[in-house]
Design a binder for this molecule. Structure first.
Ligand code: BGC
Length: 851
């Protein structure tokens, strides 16, 4: 029995829910185990046995928690036929944060220096006394800007880039830190570092500063609870002082300059700032943390003063130096994802300087890492290092949301394996407070389309439900009543117009259901339904009298590999075909959302809309026999996967898609819209062999081409690096974008064969479809009920399959050439005769009728 979990929290300190739902997992050797009842203990109180098979997100059984309340919670369960319950689980402790706005007595405080353009980070400080008998100390804190707190010089917490980026106009996260161990009886000091971050810094490719306000401010409320029952508070107010510190400048894009010789001097009283207009929110997902450090793989001296470091992996994070040298020594760090002619190639990062500077104070060895910036890089150049650079003294610190790993995939093909590893790394590089497009250039925005296509993969690889539910609340907050979903969230004005853009705005219909299906949580649907409805309604208003979308801006099949480098929207597939297909799909998904939350009348209305748009799509874009108006991989992928064709058209469309793929000699021809779907479209229409050949092609463009070029992350473009090793001339060339990595979901569901068949994987669909010459593949996923896995290997003409079904779940196992069987929880092994289609000699290409 695992200890219970509260909502989706990994460290349930300072949570924002008064009645957190509880989940637990049972470990049992008994095959087919089913829970029949549970009992929850909260402190000395117990719920008594509750007859239920549910173990995921069950309602909080006791009285609602109040602010700062701590509770110890345990659970025990009864299985089918059990007279006795299991032993009680270990207790888990939950503690709430400040649940009412009125409990904040702290005020935002900041510097009084009004020098225009002086955006130097500051240090804020207050001394205070701790009496004997301190029991517990907590700090609740946030900032307009980025902050770190120290108590007597020691960091509170271990997060980075707090409070993270949210839609600051509406929602501002606050953090809760347990600082009991950092205090001592007598005099103590609390210090806050405060920098511009996303609040006031210049960012967005139009590089505008002060997007949310002209002043940075810190809000901190330290609460000291004593054994005698009394509480004292030290809160940010007019009694704090401020001074400039050693950070000379700090910017998310440009990097940080730190002069260790500077000690804060000339303290002045702070300015008390107006209260936040945003709601202060306890985060539902994990914060950014330093997750891992990588040592350089090579260090090369490229000139008298410069070392080039290769970390062997493209990542998001920053460098940590341990260095000793004369006072005033200035060490410069520059970062890049790729090299050109043996030196950093910084053109792709555009105006982001990604340049850190550390100036030594000469007092001995010091370890330094920037605080309020991060970079996307594999390579770095270090200038000014005193003496020989010992590689052990520089590390790349990988920073991203501290998500719990939840899934993996392995297989016998090393290139495919690397592709999958690259997908994971691109996810790691882009879950940095917000699900971003890229971590390196002057962008790093929460592009909704990128996440929309990647969400199923993300939800398999990591436990993203808490964090993405939180981000979806920002999407909701920033979507207008007209259903205009921002192209990126948080939204900041740039030169990019806002418009009803298919694929991007569909984040509102797709992602809540992905989270529901993968985690069993309906809240993303309940919380996002009105936004999704507004989006679909907004698109409905774009329909013309033929029931298709035929006007307005669209990004369409963004980054079709045939689009010119500087015209990524110029795809071969008609953007209105994409938009109309997506509206039909989204109307259907919205109907599913409505059904799930009991809005059956709405469901009927949305289903009618789906039928209407599907009919319009067929009239406008599909011939009677099933050929699409855009005779492209993406058009067929959309029509097939979104079920927009009549049965008679379907087979022909599938055959035509396979033919197009063969004619392209297995080079991919899809952009953002078609890429996540094309392998499913081929598989569903009986073209598994073509799907594998497309997946495993190494020609440019293909999924594996970047791998053959040494990629360690998923590239934004199929050819971010051209076959001759030069960098794509397009202005938009990232080497770390997860969108095209959406194919990993097919690896999990179809190659390994592990998919949910009911919400939260309560039922599994185990249906591996081996092919492509693979001799083994395996996937595992930490479902809410426990670990599920599928492993298969081919030995001669036999396919051996091992399946793990978590307790409380069942699985429909469909193996090639066999009728499917349903099994209960436990370990199952199968051996079936097997000869894959992919082992056939490759069929010759049909004659090309076009020339
Ligand atoms: C981003 C994309 C995004 C696109 C849409 C790009 O600049 O990097 O990933 O979805 O713009 O226009």
């Amino acid at each position: 029995m695992s200890a219970p979990r509260f909502e989706h929290h990994t460290r349930p300190l300072g949570i924002g829910e008064r009645t957190p739902r509880l989940s637990w997992q049972v470990t049992t050797e008994r095959p087919g185990w089913r829970q029949t009842a549970y009992e929850i203990g909260i402190g000395a109180w117990t719920s008594g046995p509750v007859t239920s098979a549910d173990s995921v997100l069950v309602p909080w059984p006791g009285p609602a928690l109040t602010s700062r309340e701590r509770a110890e919670v345990r659970v025990r369960v009864w299985g089918e036929g059990d007279a006795e319950p299991s032993a009680w689980s270990e207790p888990a402790t939950v503690e709430t944060g400040l649940l009412d706005a009125g409990e904040w007595t702290a005020a935002f405080v900041g510097a009084t220096d009004d020098t225009p353009g002086d955006r130097r980070p500051v240090l804020l400080r207050r001394d205070f006394t701790v009496r004997d008998g301190l029991l517990r100390a907590r700090v609740y804190a946030t900032a307009h800007g980025l902050y770190e707190l120290e108590l007597n010089g020691a960091r509170a917490g271990d997060d980075a880039l707090a409070p993270g980026w949210t839609s600051y106009h509406h929602r501002l996260h606050y953090q809760t830190y347990d600082v009991t161990g950092l205090l001592r009886p007598g005099p103590n000091t609390i210090t806050g570092w405060l920098a511009d971050g996303w609040w006031r810094g210049e960012y967005g490719w139009n590089r505008i500063g002060e997007r949310y306000g002209a002043d940075t401010g810190l809000l901190a409320q330290l609460e000291l609870h004593y054994g005698d029952g009394t509480t004292e508070r030290v809160v940010t107010d007019g009694s704090w002082t401020w001074a400039h510190g050693p950070i000379l400048r700090s910017s998310i894009y440009d990097g940080e300059h730190h002069d260790a010789r500077v000690t804060p001097a000339g303290r002045q009283p702070v300015r008390v700032l107006p209260p936040a207009t945003a709601e202060l929110i306890a985060p539902a997902g994990p914060p950014v943390r330093r997750i891992e450090t990588l040592a350089p793989v090579t260090v090369t001296r490229v000139d008298d003063d410069t070392h080039l470091l290769d970390f062997g992996q493209n990542l998001a994070g920053r460098l940590r130096l341990t260095v000793d040298g004369p006072a005033g020594t200035r060490i410069g760090l520059r970062h890049a994802e790729v090299l050109e002619n043996g030196r950093l190639c910084t053109r792709p990062i555009r105006t982001a300087a990604a340049n850190d500077v550390y100036i030594l104070d000469g007092t001995g060895t010091s370890t330094w890492e920037p605080r309020f910036t991060y970079h996307g890089f594999r390579y770095a150049e270090i200038t000014g290092w005193p003496g020989d650079l010992d590689p052990a003294r520089v590390a790349a610190v990988v920073c991203h949301d501290d998500l719990t790993p939840a899934g993996g995939f392995t297989c016998s093909d090393p290139l495919l394996q690397r592709l999958h590893d690259n997908v994971r790394w691109s996810m790691r590089g882009n879950f940095v407070s917000v699900p971003t497009d890229c971590p390196q250039r002057d962008e790093r925005l929460g592009w909704t389309g990128d996440l929309q296509v990647f969400a199923p993969t993300a939800a398999f690889l990591y436990d993203v439900t808490g964090g993405l539910t939180d981000w979806l609340a920002d999407v909701a907050a920033e979507t207008g009543d007209d259903g205009l979903v921002p192209l990126y969230v948080p939204h900041i004005p740039t030169t990019f117009p806002q418009f009803h853009c298919a694929v991007w705005g569909d984040v509102t219909t797709v992602v809540p259901l992905v989270l529901h299906d993968r985690s069993g949580d309906t809240r993303p649907v309940t919380g996002g339904y009105e936004t999704a409805r507004a989006w679909v309604e907004g698109c409905r208003r774009l329909l013309d009298d033929r029931d298709v979308i035929s006007h307005g801006l669209q990004l369409g099949d963004w980054l079709d590999p045939a689009a010119p480098p500087d015209r990524p929207q110029q795809a071969r597939t008609d953007p209105y075909l994409v938009a109309t297909a997506y509206l039909a799909h989204s109307a259907r998904l919205l109907a599913r959302q409505a059904t799930l939350i009991g809005k059956t009348d709405d469901a009927t209305v949305h289903t009618e809309l789906a039928h209407r748009v599907t009919a319009g799509f067929r009239r406008e874009f599909v011939t009677a026999s099933g050929r699409c108006a855009s005779d492209t991989q993406t058009a067929y992928a959309l029509a097939l996967c979104f079920d927009l064709l009549l049965p008679g058209q379907r087979a022909h469309a599938g055959e035509r898609l396979a033919q197009l793929v063969r004619e392209a000699e297995f080079r991919i021809g899809t952009g953002f819209a078609g890429t996540p779907l094309i392998l499913d479209a081929l598989t569903a229409t009986g073209h598994l062999e073509e799907a594998y050949r497309l997946l495993l092609s190494t020609d440019c463009p293909s999924w594996l081409y970047p791998v053959t070029m040494g990629a360690t992350t998923i590239w934004e473009r199929w050819d971010s690096m051209l076959p001759d090793g030069t960098i794509n001339p397009g202005d938009m060339t990232s080497f770390n974008h997860y969108a095209l990595g959406a194919v990993a979901d097919w690896l999990h569901r179809t190659v390994a064969g592990l998919a949910p068949a009911a919400a939260g994987y309560r039922s599994l669909r185990i249906a591996p479809q081996p092919g492509g010459g693979l001799t083994r593949a395996s996937a595992w996923h930490l479902t809410p009920y426990g670990k599920a896995s599928v492993t298969w290997r081919r030995e001669g003409a036999t396919l051996h399959v091992e399946v793990t079904v978590p307790p409380g779940c069942d699985a429909d196992v469909a193996l090639p050439g066999q009728t499917s069987v349903t099994v209960g929880s436990g370990e199952h092994t199968f051996a079936v005769p097997f000869r894959p289609a992919g082992d056939d000699p490759i069929r010759p290409l049909p004659p090309r009728e076009h020339f």
